[in-house]
Write a protein that binds this ligand. Structure first.
Ligand code: PGA
Length: 249
């Protein structure tokens, strides 16, 4: 079901004590109403985060998982392991995973399927590079990223998917897509889903924007019709900033 969502991707930040402090500070800000609030700490702090957020309404997601169910994959984490510590959502396809760890559409399609096989919801990230936008190829890039990883899925799987449009040129750069650019792309994405499936499903999917969302620009971006919230990196590391962003939805 389409909902307002603000998710914090902590990336490789926050040790155990910092995880605990940040969660305490978020909980102290109290009730976020009907907005779904998700935090994504590192693997080693997931179990701790699940315990600390119990009954708070804050959800905990993993930042990644392996595409196989188990086996000889040194250093990797399986969906069953995530489930066993109470994780119900995983972020997949983040541009840093694609750029630094060689994840491609084929790997991501397998990861998505394996997440669903383990009843784990997916926040699926995609977005164009600066050259793609400059050469006016951004719609094609986004279309192929979504189609290659997600369009073989049956319609029924889509109630477990949240989409996150994250233009690579806006991630961690302080440069955001303008609210109009975000709206234009989100409407395009909803159209793709409608063409592949149907209008009801397209209207139901939540589409987040990510890339240098800050307290000062969140409200304007979130006010756009097809923007259902944000995936926040840097600003999610500050309880005050993250809370302001959540409340600006
Ligand atoms: P940023 O990161 O908010 O620091 O730009 C967003 C993300 O990578 O999800």
């Amino acid at each position: 079901m389409r909902s307002k969502i603000v998710a914090g991707n902590w990336k490789m930040n926050n040790d155990q004590a910092e995880t605990s402090n940040l969660i305490d500070a978020l909980k102290a800000h109290g009730d976020f109403g009907t907005t779904r609030v998700i935090i994504a700490p590192s693997f080693v702090n997931l179990a701790q985060a699940v315990t600390l957020t119990a009954d708070s309404g804050i959800e905990v997601a993993a930042q990644n998982m392996h595409e196989a169910t188990s086996g000889a994959y040194t250093g990797e984490v399986s969906p069953a392991m995530l489930s066993s510590v109470g994780i119900q959502t995983v972020i997949l396809g983040h541009s840093e995973r694609r750029a630094y760890f060689g994840e491609n559409d084929a790997t991501l399609a397998k990861k998505v399927t394996n997440a669903f096989d383990h009843d784990i919801d997916v926040v699926f990230c995609f977005g164009e590079e600066l050259e793609d936008r400059k050469s006016d190829n951004h719609f094609n890039v986004v279309k192929s990223q979504i189609a290659n990883a997600l369009f073989a899925l049956p319609a029924a799987a889509w109630f477990k998917i949240v989409l996150a449009y994250e233009p690579v040129w806006a991630i961690g750069t302080g440069e955001t897509a303008s609210p109009e650019q975000a709206q234009e792309m989100h409407a395009f994405i909803r159209g793709l889903v409608q063409d592949q499936y149907d209008a009801v499903l397209a209207d139901d999917v939540s589409i987040l924007y990510g890339g240098s969302v800050k307290p000062g620009n969140a409200q304007e971006i979130f006010s756009k019709q097809d923007v259902d919230g944000g995936l926040i990196g840097g600003a999610a590391l500050s309880a005050a900033d993250f809370t302001t962003i959540i409340k600006s939805i």
